[in-house]
Design a protein around this ligand. Structure first.
Ligand code: SF4
Ligand code: SF4
Length: 233
């Protein structure tokens, strides 16, 4: 039939005319992006430990960084981190490999620029980060020192328990009981050594608890032994 094609075409036009519009009016209206859309690769300087995993993972040599040895902590210190974004293919391998989650993609997709050099993003070490890292390192140093003190106390306890325990307890019997416990049980020795460094009052309470329990055990054993003896008779 003549005009059949025309009617079919008009039908399709009419169908689409009444359908919901799918054209996005960008840039007047910003598009809605999927949650996992990869826009611009971002970097959080404070979290980076300069391990180099991202650089090794990147297939296109997009990433690079500079470090130096810290005078104070003698650890590696990150000075700058560069992302040459023009070569990035959004593969996400750097993000997946980073152990401290300092790389991530945001939703910024408007990345064009007039100069090629402007595409490269360089993050420089923020001011004040040295002081913040040093103050964080202090509690760690303190912890190390305390751990060494605990180890030394444990050694002394194992070598000469009576002498060390006389600084904590009074009464020869109690000292001897706890000394025997310490020499026969590594866990008890560790607990007492740790508390003698961290909290002497608590160490005393715990020590008395161990001693009283042991005294009860010994009394019970004596009673059981006595009963056994009576039965034998
Ligand atoms: S997304 Fe891929 S190409 Fe881009 S910087 Fe990360 S590893 Fe390199
Ligand atoms: S993998 Fe993460 S922590 Fe390691 S250098 Fe790269 S950005 Fe820094």
């Amino acid at each position: 039939m003549k005009g059949q094609g025309l009617i079919k075409g008009l039908g399709i036009t009419l169908k689409h005319f009444f359908q919901k519009e799918i054209t996005e009016q960008y840039p007047d209206v910003m598009p809605e992006l999927a949650p996992r859309f990869r826009g611009c690769l971002r970097f959080q300087f404070e979290k980076c430990i300069a391990c180099g995993i991202c650089v090794n993972n990147c297939p296109n040599d997009v990433l690079s960084f500079e470090t130096e040895k810290s005078d104070k902590s003698k650890k590696k210190k990150l000075l700058s981190y560069s992302i040459d974004f023009q070569y990035c293919m959004f593969c996400n391998l750097c993000v997946e490999g980073c152990p401290t989650n300092c790389l991530y993609f945001d939703h910024d997709f408007e990345l064009s620029s007039f100069e090629r050099e402007d595409i490269k993003m360089i993050y420089l070490r923020p001011e004040g980060l040295d002081e913040a890292e040093d103050s964080q390192a202090e509690p760690e140093e303190q912890e190390d020192k305390e751990q060494k003190q605990i180890e030394a106390m444990l050694k002394a306890l194992q070598k000469n328990p009576q002498k060390v325990l006389s600084r904590l307890l009074e009464g020869e019997e109690d000292i001897n009981i706890l000394s025997e416990l310490i020499q026969s049980d590594q866990k008890t020795a560790g607990k007492i050594a740790e508390l003698m460094i961290k909290d002497k009052e608590k160490a005393l309470k715990v020590a008395r608890g161990f001693i009283n329990k042991e005294k009860k055990n010994r009394a019970q054993q004596e009673m059981d032994g006595g009963k056994g003896g009576d039965n034998d008779v």
